[in-house]
Design a protein around this ligand. Sequence first.
Ligand SMILES: Nc1ncnc2c1ncn2[C@@H]1O[C@H](COP(=O)(O)OP(=O)(O)O)[C@@H](O)[C@H]1O
Ligand SMILES: [Mg+2]
Length: 317
Amino acid sequence: MPSSEYLLEVQGLRQYFASGRGKNRLVVKAVDDISFGVKPAETFGLVGESGCGKTTTGRTIIRLCDPTAGRVFFDGREVSGRMTNDLRKYLTDNIAMIFQDPIESLNPRMTIEEIVGEGLKVRGLKDKAEIRRRVVEMLVKVGLNEEHATRYPHEFSGGQRQRIGIARAVIVKPKMIIADEPVSALDVSIQAQVINLLNDLKEELGLTILFIAHDLSVVKYFSNRIGVMYYGRLVEVAKGDDLYKNPLHPYTRALLSAIPQPNPLTERTRQRVDYVPDRDHDYSTEQPTMVEVEPEHFVLCSPSELLEYRRRIAQNV
Ligand SMILES: Nc1ncnc2c1ncn2[C@@H]1O[C@H](COP(=O)(O)OP(=O)(O)O)[C@@H](O)[C@H]1O
Ligand SMILES: [Mg+2]
């Protein structure tokens, strides 16, 4: 059953991809039994290195892939069951996705007005003047202007294209945005602007955001809660502050140690740590499970690791 605390709830989700036949058959466990929830109006950061299954998680939630196992609920309704026209409409009305590469996701032959207004048309709005008015209103909201409406995607910079992608996603008033590495392809100087824009829109429109990133530095400042993913599994889920204060899983510690420090003194002494699963865990006799070590702080650990983590938290508090 879904919990009323969450807008989006993922339970035991698996997404396996099979390729080849017979002896050559290979199964990639892109997402391998993950559970988490995103509360209304929060930003949940989903973090992990390239290939760990973040995009697949997003795509499976909005049903660009059918899940191998597990259940997903949105606003109390199961969205992982049999696909129907009604369910497809429910998903597209409620969840919009923003992609990493704004140029690949914008049709080069469509004007900005057509791109941003497409969702309104699909929903049956026919009045051209009204579409135009709403598109311009949206362009202004994302920091562009009316004269941009008649131009084509190639005439814009990377940051502007991402603003267009955001306008297209938000114009249909979804409850939730899944932003898949929306700033990874942008210059560092532009990244903060796009993140600020997303945050402003979130406040103004009451959006809930699932923000996907491959490192912690991007999500650190604005995620209410963060889930850390490693090879298809979630290894730690916690409030942002708790994750920085008390990172428990060795992979989370490795990710944190990779963030450059703004203070030159601490930056000089920053020690990078690696995560080596075979060295860092002994799962030969005990299997790891996801355990709530302190309120709202979950970590994938074995019983003996749990004792150690509890001890560490007790010392730090
Ligand atoms: N459609 C697919 N068919 C086969 N394998 C896939 C497919 N999509 C993703 N994968 C594999 O699943 C794993 C996770 O990919 P992805 O979700 O894109 O990771 P991330 O977004 O974290 O970089 C990778 O090993 C990737 O090659
Ligand atoms: Mg990805």
